[in-house]
Design a protein around this ligand. Structure first.
Ligand code: AMP
Ligand code: GLY
Length: 419
């Protein structure tokens, strides 16, 4: 397929990174982004419209491939609707997206398919959940449905566990997403983000990445979508084969048995406990900000891979990865991950040739960039070691400014390989 018209759905740093790579493809004729962000203005044509309008918009524009960045439209069935219009979509249909859309589905799926994961219990009402933790001790509490990063609580004591359960199941702070909860054993180990591109049969393992979820240095403060990332994280062959055999391959076989034709990304949020990998969660899309670190390392044509996957013909199982490292620093608005400031003018974005800048919460108005989100910019340094990648990234960060911007100063510090 040549001269492709491509539509990217989403507005974060992840989508800007995908746009950056798709833009380099020799197969692209025109790129559209819905709703996009300030940085994507330079890469494609911004389209306005609701998620529910996308199938019709894509049809009218003659789109050859839709790439869906975030999970919510996939869980809501955007891929199903586009396929009804015969438009190839990179991203699973609503059945496949249940891997992320329902923690209960995901946990039962793992149990059924012998995929290592923490032990768990599903509770359907507040009394049942409280009784369980009173009897069996503190557990990680996970709301069943999508919760935009707010659905997982690791309680420190019984009282805060009861509070969280009350919020989810009685006050319904997350709506229907908190009606059921998974109560899960607490695992202690090292976290790792692994990603595959898959057409449901074959798969490509992308470079693994480390995400920095907490807001402040030293892994302190509230959980965020991610304040930075580094890639690749080297994994020993022994652990990689455990991940492939016990986790990735069993997941694909299980999906096949469920009759789910999966195409797109599967993101395995893993915890390594004594060199044994466990799945903490599945996501059905790329990670943000892991993508911003991974994408610049990929040499292959990502658009070609995404298109072939969307039509269930993944052409290869290995891709070329640059032997480099990358380090991504997220610049955030004051208040994030709570309610945050917006509308601040951003300066210093010219002359950052040492780094790649991916936009997230930005708007481009009359030749200037303004903040419009919690996570605003991603500054990515690439180097021959994590150390040089991180030095480049932080040197660029020091040139960028908007009022009250904050970022972590310890991204990429002390990163260890997994062996
Ligand atoms: P999840 O959305 O399931 O990945 O959970 C969000 C975060 O909570 C993860 O990235 C982990 O840091 C933490 N977490 C989730 N499940 C567990 C678990 N069973 N034990 C310890 N930490 C967990
Ligand atoms: N960085 C974590 C996520 O994308 O879910």
């Amino acid at each position: 397929m040549r001269d492709m018209k491509v539509l990217i759905v989403g507005s974060g740093g992840r989508e800007d990174a995908i746009a950056y790579k798709v833009k380099q493809s020799r197969l692209l004729s025109k790129l559209y982004c819905i709703p996009g962000n300030g940085g994507m203005v330079e890469k494609g044509e911004i389209i306005e419209g609701k998620i529910s309008d996308i199938p019709q918009i894509a049809k009218d524009l003659g789109i050859d491939l839709i790439i869906v960045g975030p999970e919510a439209p996939l869980v809501e069935g955007l891929a199903n609707k586009c396929l009804e219009h015969n438009i190839p979509v990179f991203g699973p249909d609503s059945k496949g997206a249940q891997l992320e859309g329902s923690k209960v589905f995901a946990k039962n799926f793992m149990r059924k398919n012998d995929i290592p994961t923490a032990d768990y219990y599903v509770a359907s009402n507040y009394d049942e959940a409280v009784n369980y933790i009173e009897k069996y001790g503190l557990k990680v509490i996970k709301a069943d449905g999508l919760a935009g990063g707010k659905g997982v609580v690791i309680p420190q004591d019984l009282e805060s566990a009861r509070d969280a359960l009350h919020r989810f199941m009685v006050e319904k702070s997350l709506g229907a997403s908190g009606e059921r909860v998974v109560l899960e054993e607490i695992l202690i180990g090292r976290e790792l983000s692994c990603f595959i591109i898959t057409d449901g049969k074959d798969y490509i393992l992308l470079p693994s990445a480390q995400d920095y979820k907490r807001a402040y240095d030293g892994n302190k403060g509230p959980n965020t979508g991610g304040m930075g990332s580094v890639a690749p994280i080297a994994i020993s062959p022994d652990i990689e084969s455990k991940i492939r055999e016990r986790i990735i391959e069993r997941t694909l076989e299980g999906l096949g048995r469920e009759g789910i034709s999966y195409k797109g990304i599967i993101y395995f949020g893993l915890m390594l406990v004594n060199r044994e990998p466990y799945v903490l969660e599945y996501n059905v899309r790329l990670g943000d900000p892991e993508t911003q670190a991974i994408v610049p390392l990929i040499e292959d044509d990502l658009l070609e891979l995404f298109y072939e996957t969307a039509v269930f013909k993944l052409p290869k199982v290995n891709i070329k990865i640059k032997s480099m490292y990358s380090c991504c620093i997220v610049l955030a608005s004051k208040g994030y991950p709570g309610s945050y400031e917006t509308g601040k003018e951003i300066s210093g974005l010219d002359n950052l040739s040492e780094c790649i800048v991916f936009h997230a919460g930005t708007r481009f108005v009359d030749g200037k960039f303004y903040t419009s989100g919690g996570r605003v910019l991603n500054i990515v340094g690439i180097g021959e070691s994590i150390k040089t990648a991180r030095e480049k990234a932080y040197s660029c960060v020091s040139k960028v400014y908007f009022e009250n911007m904050f970022y972590r100063r310890d991204i990429g510090e002390g990163v260890m390989n997994i062996d």
